[in-house]
Design a binder for this molecule. Structure first.
Ligand SMILES: Nc1ncnc2c1ncn2[C@@H]1O[C@H](COP(=O)(O)OP(=O)(O)OP(=O)(O)O)[C@@H](O)[C@H]1O
Length: 255
């Protein structure tokens, strides 16, 4: 089977001439449909640069990025905008909710833009809100709900149009541990029950332990990958901590 995401020899250089800095060098990997992959590494390793390139927010200096049959590294801006809207989902640390819209309206926005039928929209909103445990908040505004509830609203919006892949950048970064756990459990459930494909950049070993595979980046290069396999989440957490103590990166002893 073809991988869902194929990253081949991706390089990213910032600056010009003697001031060139290679933020990413020779990055190649694949993600299959239904995987939940974490990306970890020390500060400045290139995690956000990689995620921004995959999310089409930034462009690589060279290399290919195939999502299904489409090479997004070679797409023009107009096609990319359509591709982003139709096939990609995003969850960022700072939620990016629209304050003047209710939770329901925020969640349904991608489907409204795609001109889906109201009955289809209603059914999808209710289904996804139930998955993220926010069904009772649909008529509230962002200022009336907590940070964790905002992030679950943002995750619902990212997933409502059933994107091919979801890119999450430190989604638990601003959350307390209970809210982070709620979000990560909902993301895991979506991954396991609905085969959502997720790639998540995180500093946090606890958040990473919800993934099935972790890619480690160091100095702009992929340094290692580890698989959860049949390990429990706690065993995988310990394995990630051991790895971080070798490759560098922040640790967090919450289990
Ligand atoms: N626009 C830019 N111009 C020049 N250098 C940049 C630019 N953006 C990032 N860099 C450099 O590229 C390297 C990788 O940055 P990046 O933000 O991807 O790291 P990161 O692993 O996400 O770090 P953190 O965990 O601290 O967010 C860093 O050395 C950074 O200073």
């Amino acid at each position: 089977m073809e991988p869902l995401l194929l990253v081949k020899n991706v390089e990213k250089a910032y600056g010009k001439g003697t001031n060139t800095f290679n933020a990413l060098e020779n990055i190649s990997f694949e993600i299959d449909h239904g995987e939940f992959v974490g990306v970890m590494g020390p500060s400045g390793a290139g995690k956000s640069t990689l995620l921004n390139i995959l999310a089409t927010i930034d462009t690589p200096t060279s290399g290919d990025i195939l999502i299904g049959p489409d090479n997004i590294a070679k797409m023009d801006e107009e096609k990319l905008a359509d591709f982003r809207r139709d096939h990609l989902g995003f969850i960022f640390q700072d939620y990016n909710l629209l304050d003047s819209l209710t939770v329901r309206e925020n969640i349904l926005l991608p489907l409204a833009i795609a001109k889906k039928k109201p009955a289809v929209i209603k059914e999808r909103v209710e289904e996804i809100a139930a998955t993220f445990g926010i069904s009772n908040l649909l008529d509230k505004y962002p200022y009336q709900i907590s940070g964790g509830q905002k992030q679950r609203t943002a995750a619902s919006r990212a997933l409502i149009s059933k994107p091919k892949i979801i890119f999450a950048d430190e989604p638990t970064g601003a959350l307390d541990s209970k809210s982070a756990t709620d979000l990560l459990e909902s993301m895991s459930a979506l991954n396991e029950k609905h085969e959502a494909t997720i790639m998540m950049v995180t500093h946090d070993a606890y958040a990473a332990s919800f993934c099935r595979r972790i890619l480690f980046i160091r100095d702009g290069r992929l340094s290692k990958e580890i698989l959860r396999g049949r390990k429990t989440r706690k065993e995988f957490f310990q394995m990630i901590l051991d790895e971080l103590s070798q490759v560098g990166g922040e640790t967090n002893d919450v289990i």
